[in-house]
Design a protein around this ligand. Structure first.
Ligand SMILES: Cc1cc2nc3c(=O)[nH]c(=O)nc-3n(C[C@H](O)[C@H](O)[C@H](O)COP(=O)(O)OP(=O)(O)OC[C@H]3O[C@@H](n4cnc5c(N)ncnc54)[C@H](O)[C@@H]3O)c2cc1C
Length: 334
């Protein structure tokens, strides 16, 4: 079995950045990815646009040249694929890693299907997008219910319920409303989340005022049926039934805590933030690192491509025994 210098688990922007830094340092590497390359971005809404400017989500010093200021999903998919090809990154796709074990100085990485790979160091860059926050209510697994919003045309002239009031929920609601969808937003809070991008707030609030997008606030969904959802108002206890041909549960995602624990990484029981060194990103398991959004625990909004891509350089510096690149202050808050 080949013994790599570094195995990187996860082929998102931050995992690719780690592969690039390893290549630049002359380290042999293997990236194991459970889906396609940049699988999370592939799963993003088809017409989404990044909030970051293109240069802020570049990796490996490769210019992300587009005619606009901010990239869309397809442009990002093209860019990261080109970056992977340019640096001749070594990856195996559709390989879901199940655990990572250390024996002496060697890590064995085992996939769900039992394939095994070995390396001196391992970088976990598994992000958070594979794990939606489940509501654990009856009907959540019905075929017309999804935790991932895709595109608007499929839903024109139907009733769609969106559960959640964050950025993703608001963006989906606005896009659907503009494609002749009867949209209702259900949220347990009394208003949209404070983290909704400021430029979306007047748009969505005005549509609500006009009655073009409906909101059911202060309410939890208790059940999803084939054509309706049932809500209960948490202040009055009143029950309501809302027509729903399709339901999007956009209540966020969270890093795979069980995977990290199976690999021997300790997590804060409340925040699920892994134990790691804030400068080197090495976890409590020597030689095992966390990189990108996976280290955010429940604070997934605090680590994104812009800051997460920087972890890679610090990690490879540490592996190489070089002076460690200092990552921006923002990342140190967790
Ligand atoms: C709609 C939307 C818009 C966004 N816009 C921006 C933006 O404008 N700017 C910005 O900086 N950030 C943005 N983000 C956040 C950003 O996309 C993520 O923070 C970023 O993808 C994190 O990169 P990552 O490499 O850490 O994780 P990911 O991109 O999630 O990559 C992790 C990879 O690991 C794989 N994986 C998971 N588990 C395993 C396993 N067990 N075995 C093998 N592979 C595994 C996954 O399939 C995935 O491909 C946005 C997010 C969303 C949802």
């Amino acid at each position: 079995m080949q013994l790599y210098d570094v195995i990187i688990v996860g082929g998102g922007p931050c995992g690719l950045a780690a592969g690039i830094e390893a290549t630049k340092a002359g380290l042999s590497h293997l990236i194991l990815e459970m889906g396609s390359l940049t699988e999370s971005i592939r799963q993003y809404p088809r017409r989404m646009r990044f909030f970051s400017t293109a240069e802020n989500i570049e990796i490996g010093g490769l210019p992300f040249a587009i005619s606009d200021v901010k990239a869309g999903r397809n442009e990002a998919l093209q860019y990261y694929r080109k970056a992977a090809a340019y640096y001749h990154l070594n990856f195996k796709l559709f390989q879901e890693v199940w655990d990572v074990r250390k024996d002496g100085d060697v890590f064995t990485v085992t996939t769900k299907t039992g394939d095994r790979y070995q390396a001196h160091k391992v970088v976990m860059a598994t992000g958070y997008f594979t794990r939606p926050r489940w509501l654990n209510i009856p009907g959540e697994d019905l075929p017309h219910v999804s935790h991932y919003y895709d595109e608007p045309f499929k839903y024109s002239f139907t009733n769609v319920v969106i559960i959640g009031a964050s950025n993703s929920a608001v963006e989906a609601a606005l896009e659907l409303y503009r494609h002749d969808v009867n949209v209702t937003i259900v949220h347990r809070g009394e208003d949209f989340r404070k983290t909704v991008k400021y430029w979306l707030v007047p748009d969505v609030k005005n549509r609500v005022k006009e009655g073009r997008i409906k909101t059911v606030f202060d309410s939890c969904v208790t059940q999803i049926d084939e054509h309706h959802i049932t809500t209960i108002n948490i202040k009055t206890g009143e029950e309501a039934h809302i027509p729903a041909d399709f339901v999007f549960i956009l209540t966020g995602y969270i890093p795979d805590a069980e995977l990290l624990q199976r690999c021997g990484i300790d997590l804060d029981p409340e925040t699920q933030v892994p134990v790691y060194d804030k400068e080197t990103f090495e976890t409590n398991v020597p030689g095992l690192y966390v990189c990108g959004t996976v280290l955010a625990g429940i604070y997934t909004e605090k680590v994104f491509i812009e800051n997460g891509r920087e972890h890679a350089q610090a990690i490879i510096d540490h592996i190489m025994g070089r002076e460690v690149h200092k990552v921006a202050e923002l990342i140190q808050r967790i």
